[in-house]
Design a protein around this ligand. Structure first.
Ligand code: PHE
Length: 458
């Protein structure tokens, strides 16, 4: 595609919302509380925020630079910027990572559909206590049929939006639903904070116990930061190829970082009061955490107002689906754009291949909670393996090379041009940005890996 024929996000706010739409998703609402619970609470959150600031922000700006300058799918962007070199493999690794993430992410996305249907049919009515919710969740994920159906359904839903094209599909849906989602999330946080366990939850989330920070916690926080910000695999790089000349890269990155972190903390404030209020749920319940506590938050909030509770919970689940959809779209788009542009396929055909491939892998991941549970790799089910390998290995490795590329390979004046929108505005943080990229980000990633290796976890 020539640069001029490439699609563009229509407005500045469109670019921010589309990127934020990619960033905000199950990573914030489902994975962040899960990781926080498994890694000791406040100490994890503190390390997480440091990772967002020191590594997430510079890497996000780097992806924006590569994408807008390269004006192509994430692999070809490297080819345009560094022709004839092996840097293209960073892009290709990203595409593979995106494909794997989408495959298991769609499974959790499928769970949100099940919970929407369940609340539509009032299945949670009359249930109380964590026992029943836990049982409901466990029975559902072990089922050999419905989780697979929902996984494939979600991928097809994503496919339909992708088929509409970038601007119409992605930009429009983000603009309408994101703000509404924030609003409902705030209402639920308000309700959760009145639950009896709220005090304990606040202590868990905000009083760090530094002795809990070990190499595993730091690796988890770094992986979560990249995952939640959609970094390290060329997703925001692909989106930036649709940015126009007026999009301010620094400002966009800052907005996305703030929105994403805010939503994650809000999700924590929604989930953990329920964890400490309902007996029998541990903070380290793992992937089931959101799905056991959320219905109980909703119930405690609206228990005495059944009709209102019914409508609210339905609306909330629908918006959760939409927030998830804006993330699956962005994952799908990375692979679709790559296949279409690199292999000369029509967008339609490329999208069909991605949807079919992910449906296949997604089915295996969905079944790995039930039928295929006995088959494990390094003690992990396929679902856990995909989560581990992508978030804790592939994303940091991708981010490592992205920072090296922009820090050391790309010409200074190219970076300056992109950050100042071709000289039309000032970017005051050029020096700290370069320093972080050249030294801090790559060194931290290597240190965190070495530390984890040393701890003998692998
Ligand atoms: N950031 C998304 C979320 O938090 C997930 C995602 C990861 C999307 C990587 C794109 C790329 O839900």
């Amino acid at each position: 595609m020539t640069p001029t024929s490439r699609a563009n996000f229509g407005s500045r706010i469109g670019a921010i919302l589309a990127s934020a739409g990619s960033a905000v998703g199950l990573g914030n609402i489902w994975r962040f509380p899960t990781q926080t619970g498994e890694n000791g609470g406040a100490a994890f959150i503190l390390v997480y925020i440091l990772c967002v600031l020191l590594m997430g922000m510079p890497v996000m700006i780097s992806e924006f630079i590569i994408g807008r300058r390269g004006r192509a799918n994430t692999a070809a962007a490297y080819r345009h910027l560094a022709p004839g070199t092996r840097w293209i493999w960073v892009g290709r690794l990203g595409v593979l990572t995106g494909f794997l993430i989408l495959s298991y992410y769609a499974v959790v996305a499928g769970w949100t559909v099940e919970y929407t249907v369940a609340s539509l049919l009032s299945r949670f009515q009359g249930m109380s206590g964590s026992g029943e919710f836990t049982q409901y969740f466990n029975r559902f994920v072990a089922d050999p049929v419905m989780p697979v159906v929902y996984t494939v359904f979600f991928l097809v839903l994503t496919h339909v939006v992708i088929a509409q094209g970038v601007v119409k599909g992605i930009e429009k849906s983000s603009k309408v639903f994101m703000p509404l989602f924030f609003l409902l999330l705030l209402v639920l946080v308000g309700c959760a904070l009145t639950m009896p366990g709220a005090g304990e939850a606040m202590r868990f989330l905000f009083t760090p116990d530094f002795s809990k920070i070990d190499s595993g916690v730091v690796l988890a926080a770094m992986g979560q930061a990249f995952f939640s910000l959609s970094l390290g695999m060329g997703c925001l790089c692909t989106y930036a190829s649709y940015f126009n000349r007026n999009t301010r890269l620094g400002q966009t990155a800052l907005s996305v970082g703030v929105i994403d972190t805010f939503v994650a903390i809000m999700a924590g404030l929604m989930i953990f009061p329920a964890v400490f209020s309902v007996e029998g749920v541990g903070v380290d319940a793992g992937p089931s955490l959101l799905f056991i506590t959320l219905p109980s938050v909703l119930q405690s909030a609206f228990g005495s107002l059944p009709l209102l509770g019914y409508l609210f919970s339905l609306l909330f689940y629908v918006l959760l689906i939409l927030a998830t959809l804006t993330s699956t779209i962005s994952l799908h788009e990375v692979v679709t754009a790559y296949l279409a542009e690199e292999f000369g396929l029509s967008r339609h055909r490329a999208a069909v291949l991605v949807t079919a491939g992910c449906s296949l892998l997604g089915t295996l991941c969905a079944l790995s909670m039930g039928l295929l549970k006995p088959y494990t790799v390094c003690g992990m089910t396929l679902f856990d393996l995909f989560d581990f390998v992508t978030a804790k290995l592939m994303l940091p490795i991708g981010a490592f090379f992205i920072s090296l590329f922009v820090g050391w390979k790309l010409e200074r004046n190219v970076i300056a041009e992109e950050l100042t929108n071709y000289g039309t505005l000032r970017f005051r943080l050029l020096r700290p940005f370069t320093l972080l990229l050249r030294y801090v980000v790559p060194v931290l990633i290597v240190l965190i890996f070495l530390n984890e290796l040393g701890a003998g976890i692998f």
